[in-house]
Design a protein around this ligand. Sequence first.
Ligand code: ZN
Length: 419
Amino acid sequence: MHDLIKKLFPLCRSITGKGVRETLKLVGTHIPLAICEVPSGTKVFDWEVPLEWNITDAYIKNSVGEKLIDFRNSNLHVASYSRPVHKTMPLEELKPHLYTLPGQPKAIPYRTTYYEDTWGFCLKHEDLGKFTDGQYEVCIDATLTQGSLTYGEYILHGSSKHEILISTHVCHPSMCNDNLSGIAVATYLAKYLSTQKLQYTYRFLFIPGTIGSITWLATHEEERKDILCGLVLTGVGDRGPITYKKTRPGTTEMDLVMEHVLKTHNKPYKTIDFYPYGYDERQYSAPGINLPVGTFMRTQHGTYPEYHTSLDNTDFVNQESLKDSLFVVTEVLKQIDDSPRYQNMYPKGEPNLGKRGLYKAMNTQAAGGKKFQLAMLWVLNLSDGKHNLLSISLRSGIDYEKIKQAAEALEQHRVILKI
Ligand code: ZN
C-alpha cells in the first residue's frame, strides 16, 4: 500500500482532469477498475459537472528572472482549478493571490478555487520574505475546457444483489493521508475481497469529493436502492488511533458491527456522531438519499497540523497504520457478510405467535424461555432487511446463539424469510 502511495504521490489530481485519470489507471493495474466519464455540463441534482481543469506548468519569476515559485517542485504551489494567467504585475496586485500558513512557516498549504473565477499560489510562509517590492511575471499554464468528470468503479459481485458501498475520494493532489491512504486501502481491500466467496455485492467508488458522489448518486437512482450500508475511507494511514464517524441515524448495522470489531481489536479508538461536514458521507447522508454510510479514518481530518499541507507526505503515513486500517475494515465487512439477514413478513404489528405455536416453543426453552421470547421480538423488530443477526444481537445485548435460535424458529414458521 505504501508503494502504491509513493507512485501516486507526484500526480496532480483535482476534481477533474488528467491527474485523476492517471491515478485511476494506476489503481487499475491492481483491480479491474471501470473508468467512467461524465461530460462537463451534465446536470446532477442541484449541481453541474464543471469544466475540466488541466495544468502543465506554473511559476512566479522576479524582475531578474529568478523563479520564486515553481509548480514543478510541488503541485500544491497552485490552487486547484486556478484560472490561467500570464502577465507581469506589481507586488500589490500579486499579494492577494499568495496563500501561506503563518503558524506553520515550513508548510505549503492546499487550496482550491473550484467554483470561483480566480487563481492563486500557495507557498511556505518562510518564503514570503523573498517577495519584495517590484514586478513579477506570473504564469499559470492551465486550461478549463469542455471535458468530463472521471471516476473509477469496481463492482465485485456476490450471491446477493444487495450491495455494500466503499467510497474514497481521488481529488486531492500530492498529499498522502488525505487521501492516497484511502485509495490504497480501498484498492487492497478490493483485491482481497476478490479472492473471497461473498454474500453481498461490493461496489468500490474512486471519486472526486462532493461533486463525484453527487454525480454518482444522481446518475444511479436505481442502483443506490440496493445499497445496504457503506463506508467512506479517508485519512487511514497516519499513526493516530482509528476514528469512526457513525452513520446519520447512528444505530445502523454498520455502526453496531464497527463498534463491536473496534472493541475486540484491543487498540484505542474513538467514535463520533454524524455531523454534516467532512467528506462524501455528507452526500450519502443527504435527507433524500439517507444511506447508512459511516466514515472510517484515523486522526480526524482538520485536527492534525499536517492536514491539507505539504507536510502530509510519504513519511506522514506508514505501512503499519495502513495495514491496521485494512485489517479492521476487512473484519467489519467479513462480519457483515457472514451473518444472515431476514425480512419480517408481517411487519405491520407483531405477528400472532400464539396461533403458530411459537409461544409454546418459548415455554419448552425452560429457564431461557423469557430470553428466547425477547430474542424473537428483537429479531421480528429488526428484520427490516437492514440488520443481520449479528447486529440484532449487538443491539439487543442477547447472545448471538440465542438470536440465531429465535430466527430459526421464526423462519420455520415463515414469519421471517432469509434475504
Ligand atoms: Zn481533504
